[in-house]
Design a protein around this ligand. Structure first.
Ligand code: BGP
Length: 463
């Protein structure tokens, strides 16, 4: 018997601002991401998102490469600033055409489009009125959602609301969606996003009732660092703020009383209106999509350990009296220091399914590396093949455990610009010939993993 369902969606992911480039083409208005690489916190000299991988001018060729790999699905994001011109909701017809053409091309190649509605690229006209830090954001997101559902709703079967909603709250300034000089209440910000997501789900049901819609946070199992009971308390605490609060609200319709109480203890609160409570209750998803890169290990912090915490995307959660993430010396690391935990992938799948019992789609998973283009045009990325082999084996075990899965769309289909490491950190099955300082010819080259993934898809997960 095959380990994966017959109609399993094998594919891969990208996001508009990291992949498209062409920020001045096709009537796109400016977004916060157009200038993110100019921020002082961004590694010096890196040319980033302005040109990205120039997918905007290579989309047909890129879809052809995906089709050659045998993709059954492709997850991409629609760029909000390519679609809406201003806060009055004026539509950019060229933007609509671009995505309609892309979607049609995918169908031509029998690839199911999986659309992320919003992946970090906040238009400047929204940032200027407070961005994700005010509830004006939810109104703007509703306008945008309606445009998406009305223009693409007849074609799209799977919608994803907001990429990594939890990372806005946990690492907003690191990923660049919140200005680094702004003081914020992360939990209020999270609440605005939760309401925006809920409204989008309600609208989706109304405008395109046969479509399916789900959230797409970044989820990972949280391990206690030791068998000390207090470290387990830290595990429960960080599990809540790292994972469950975002899925509980969308799947169960309310925040857990322990979460609300925990905020109170820290002198924080979220303002929630009655109307919002109702919306949140009536906006359940059809499936859960999530991104998985690694697990998190935590302990109860001491004053001394808190002083030494370094913040980054992977580590860096630390809350006095609550919990602190620490390195896990049992796990191997990528060249960029991210922990690799394939068994943790099975654990995470089990936990999410057990808690909500909704089908799961993996929308990101993968290894960022300094790939090398050899003189003969080859890229030997065995480390990537090995990473995927181990994760896919664990996914098969999770399915055998009883987890219901729709598909697997690792990060990324083709090389694109990393959120904060530039193009030197590559993820794709296809190499894009550019580097940090030189845009070169943007030519596409197939990596060894391209051929490996093609075989794997052909055999529905067996290799
Ligand atoms: C996720 C984001 C992606 C992607 C990925 C890898 O958090 O959804 O946009 O970039 O992480 O992260 P990075 O590019 O920082 O290596």
């Amino acid at each position: 018997m095959n380990k994966f369902p017959k109609d399993f969606l094998w594919g891969a992911s990208t996001s508009a601002y990291q992949f498209e480039g062409a920020i001045k083409q096709g009537g796109k208005v400016s977004s916060i991401m157009d200038r993110f690489d100019e921020q002082p916190s961004y590694p010096k000299g890196i040319t980033g998102f302005k040109e990205a991988s120039d997918h905007y001018n290579h989309w047909k060729e890129d879809v052809k490469l995906m089709s050659e790999m045998g993709f059954k699905s492709y997850r991409f994001s629609i760029s909000w600033p390519r679609i809406i011109k201003n806060k009055e909701g004026e539509i950019n017809k060229e933007g609509i055409k671009f995505y309609n053409d892309l979607i049609d091309e995918l169908f031509k190649h029998k690839i199911e489009p999986i659309v992320t509605m919003f992946h970090f690229d906040i238009p400047d006209f929204i940032q200027e009125i407070g961005g994700v830090c005010t509830n004006e954001f939810t109104k703007q997101f509703e306008i945008y959602s309606e445009v998406l559902f009305k223009n693409f709703g007849s074609k799209i079967k799977y919608w994803l609301t907001i990429n990594e909603l939890n990372m806005f709250a946990l690492a907003g300034q690191i990923i660049g969606v919140v200005p680094s000089d702004q003081k914020i209440n992360s939990w209020q910000l999270m609440h605005h996003l939760n309401v925006a997501q809920a409204k989008a789900i309600v609208l989706c049901r109304k405008i395109c009732p046969s479509a399916k819609i789900g959230p797409a946070p970044n989820i990972s199992t949280v391990y206690p660092d030791s068998n000390k009971p207090l470290d387990y308390v830290a595990k429960l605490n960080l599990d809540m703020v790292r994972n469950w609060v975002y899925l509980d609200i969308v799947c169960r319709g309310e925040y857990s009383p322990i979460f609300i109480n925990g905020l109170k203890k820290m002198g924080l609160e979220i303002t929630i209106t009655e109307e919002e409570k109702q919306i949140l209750k009536n906006s359940k998803p059809d499936f859960i999509a999530f991104n998985y890169y690694s697990t998190m290990t935590v302990k109860m912090p001491t004053e001394e350990s808190l002083k030494n915490t370094k913040k980054d995307q992977q580590q860096g959660l630390s809350m006095p009296g609550f919990g602190e993430s620490v390195k896990n010396d049992k796990l191997e690391k990528t060249q960029f220091g991210w922990e690799i935990d394939p068994v943790g992938f099975r654990n995470t799948l089990r936990e999410v399914y057990d808690r909500y019992q909704l089908p799961i789609m993996i929308t990101e998973n993968g290894i960022g590396a300094r790939d090398v283009l050899e003189e003969d045009g080859k890229i030997h990325d065995n480390y990537r093949i090995e990473y995927y082999e181990k994760h896919i084996q664990q996914m098969a075990l999770a399915i055998a455990d009883g987890v219901e899965m729709i598909g697997y769309m690792p990060w990324s289909a083709i090389d694109l610009v990393s959120t904060h490491e530039g193009i030197s950190k590559r993820y794709g099955f296809v190499y894009v010939n550019r580097d940090e300082f030189d845009l070169k010819d943007m030519k596409r080259y197939k990596k060894d993993s391209f051929h490996w993934y093609k075989e794997l898809i052909k055999n529905n997960g067996e290799n």
